[in-house]
Design a protein around this ligand. Sequence first.
Ligand SMILES: Cc1ncc(COP(=O)(O)O)c(C=O)c1O
Length: 433
Amino acid sequence: MSVSSPLAPGVPAKNGRGVETKSHPLQQDRRLDDLDRLRASHPMMDAIIEEVRGRKIRIGNKWLCDFASCNYLGFDLHPEIIASVERELWRWGTHPSWSRLLGNPRPYIEIEEQLTDLLGAPDTLLLPTITLIHASVIPVLAGHGTVLIDSQAHKTLYEGAAIARGAGATLCRVRTNDLGHLEQILRSLPSSTPRVFCIDGVNSMTGNAPDLPAYARICREYDALLYVDDAHGFGVIGESPSPEMPYGLRGNSIVRYFGESYDNIVLVGGFSKAYSSLLAFLALPTSLKNHLKVAAPPYLYSGPSPTASLATVLAGFRVNESEGEDLRMALYRKTIRVLDRVAELGLLTLNSSGFPIIELPLGERDDIDAVGRFLFDRGIYVTLAAYPLVPKSQVGFRVQVTAANGDDEIEQLNEVLGELAKCFDMQRAPTPG
Ligand SMILES: Cc1ncc(COP(=O)(O)O)c(C=O)c1O
């Protein structure tokens, strides 16, 4: 492929007189070739969704079952939550534009109070997105100290860590699931400077949770801060898991799922997945909250979340209270049906938790285009984990189950997985013994 402008792929960069110019470094990014190829070769990348009915989506003339949604509890489609928006719009307008420091519509305060109570945290702070939180808060926490980051941490955590490095922190990668490695690094660092260890809660690729109690114990021992991004756990997992309620109760996230305290832990979560709203939060001590009010740029300078998002979060809390356990149980049952099918077919998945994220790696990574087309033609929409979005060794696709997926859709998915396993070289689960 010729070198092309990232703003207009395929078009060579030219100056005002139409003369081809020396390419900008961005234009030499070879990953653009992969994305162009993926866009061209199948319709599940950068797609335009025309219409939604329940968990079915229409792309062009084709209706598909959506297994790429993170709306785990189905709140995006819940009548009471949808109905909650209009009243708040008449009260607040579509989008009061104050930054939070300038003025907080009352729903912000109500959400923080209810969220603090739900999480059982010392305090909470709302900001628009998790991405903005990582970018603005990790540099504040790390100062000129060290950001330690789990090697499988979400890209947005890496971005926050990179900004912290630009502001004077040192960056240190920690091998995933290797507690000894974390301890070894912490032991070597002076305790007089800040040390922040960043890790995912429920991992967005494997669907598994880290051993949070063990990580918390080490961080407390070395007086480091454990900074956890539980974007996918909040709303799904919560306190007191049991054989009857394997995801636990109340959806109050990973710290409560493990029965941990918030000592030395800053929990970050978002409403953009299970709660289907554009809002995110930190669970943190009040002293840190007050510090961030003057030190985290999104609190001072960014616009707020839209009124509709504040309204749907408040309605989401009510529905979580009244229907949350039933929805989580339905989500669990549907997820287990898919995981059972994956096991029956002998396919490898890294999911050992039963949480609703199921990645299936390909045996042959070059099959990704054909696999995407195969699933699309059979009415199944998934997240393609294609290179360069994931490392070459992890190429595959990710199925996400939500409580709003119908049993017929799960049936269809399971049937298509069977056909897929016959036609493609998928990675196989190791045989027991
Ligand atoms: C683990 C994780 N963190 C952060 C984000 C980004 O969240 P937000 O949209 O609130 O910025 C995502 C979104 O996919 C995610 O999976």
